[in-house]
Design a protein around this ligand. Structure first.
Ligand code: KG4
Ligand code: ZN
Length: 356
């Protein structure tokens, strides 16, 4: 008995990732190449650099995932690849490579929406039925949506400016956490979480953003500016140069983490209440799924636990390695779409990808 097998390819941002997953959710093979270290050095992602690194690694990564799976390419049921949203130059590398492979192997192609893949990942690890509420919080995205089906999302709220991970990355850079011996190889968000353990969150009193907004939207750029001002003030007080570590860095990290967690928890609370009022979730087992890189933050998770306990919702998070970008979620989204018979292309002739 042969299961359906999907090869998933992801290059939307700064990870070149691939995986082979079968119909039952078995991960047969996976490979990933992260560009984080390079981008940490340049203080952010430079799209042409990301594109070049994807180009250098994609062949090897896809090959590694296929070899590890022990399947021959001819056994694949389809190839699934992220086509949006993301950096155009990065997406282009994965798409061009996939289209060549599709042509060569004569396989169906399944275009994947990166956020749909993040949202559906939980169904690979847990038995979760539609509908459920999803909170996606990462470096590039911030949204709350009701997932009613594989390709059926009701958007409840999104960030009006930047995503929480982006804000945490900027604050971490401003605090020069890369020079901190314990944090030098961590992403900005992880470095803030690490340093916050040694800080006092009450040292700075910062109000969560959008307290009066009667919707489920988010905002993080105002918070970033407040933190920027505090850092400038402290640099003056401590008489240090830009780029040196502040003695109050841990307190600032604790305060920004606390305010971020409060804001995310409050907006999510509103979304849950809205869903209950409009009967958008299961009455007997309302579920909140949290994913994206920021979901691996334990302080944010604790805040969300408090909200779900108070509203009698079940809180679920995919394991950390599935919360951040990976090929498994793309392959799994391909399986979900195959099973639902949605968006499977047998002819890719019309698809062109020509990044500017
Ligand atoms: O999902 P992801 O790998 O990529 C996308 O943005 O799609 O998320 C990466 C983001 C980065 O901004 C990183 O700083 C943040 O997630 N992040 C964290 C933590 N680990 C990663 N933020 C807070 N706490 C963490 N432990
Ligand atoms: Zn992502």
């Amino acid at each position: 008995f042969l299961h359906k097998l999907v090869l998933g390819i992801e290059t939307s941002c700064d990870d070149t990732a691939a995986a082979v997953v079968d119909e039952t959710g078995n991960v047969l093979g996976e490979a990933i190449h992260s560009q984080t270290e390079v981008h940490l050095k340049t203080g952010g992602i430079i799209p042409p650099v990301a594109q070049q690194l994807h180009r250098e690694n994609i062949q090897r990564i896809v090959q590694e995932a296929l070899s590890a799976s022990g399947t021959s390419p001819s056994e694949l049921s389809a190839i699934a690849t992220t086509i949006k949203p993301g950096l155009a130059l990065s997406l282009g590398v994965g798409l061009s490579f996939s289209l060549q492979l599709v042509e060569q192997l004569k396989k169906p192609f399944i275009p994947i929406h990166h956020m749909e893949a993040h949202a559906l990942t939980i169904r690979l690890t847990n038995k979760v039925e539609f509908p459920f509420l999803v909170l996606l919080i990462s470096g590039g995205h911030c949204l709350l949506a009701v997932v009613r089906g594989v390709a059926d999302f009701l958007l409840l709220g999104k960030s009006l400016d930047i995503a929480p991970g982006d804000m945490l990355d900027k604050v971490a850079r401003r605090l020069s956490l890369i020079r901190h011996p314990e944090c030098s190889t961590m992403s900005g968000g992880k470095a803030i979480e690490h340093l916050a353990l040694q800080g006092n969150r009450f040292h700075f009193d910062i109000k969560p953003p959008m307290q009066r907004a009667k919707n489920c939207d988010f905002s993080f750029s105002g918070l970033q500016h407040i933190i920027d001002k505090i850092i400038m003030q402290k640099e003056k007080e401590e008489g240090i140069e830009k780029g040196q570590m502040l003695t109050s860095a841990a307190d600032i990290a604790a305060a920004v983490q606390h305010t971020t967690a409060c804001h995310i928890a409050k907006r999510t609370h509103r979304a849950i209440l809205f869903c209950k009022q409009k009967d958008l979730l299961s009455q007997s087992n309302a579920t909140l799924v949290v994913s994206g890189g920021v979901a691996s933050n334990l302080y944010v998770r604790r805040a969300l636990e408090i909200v779900t306990e108070a509203t009698q919702c079940t809180l679920l998070c995919p394991p950390p390695r599935l919360c951040t970008d990976n090929g498994i979620m793309i392959a799994w989204n391909g399986i979900e779409r195959l099973r639902a018979g949605l968006g499977i292309l047998h002819n890719t002739e019309g698809i062109r990808y020509e990044p500017k």
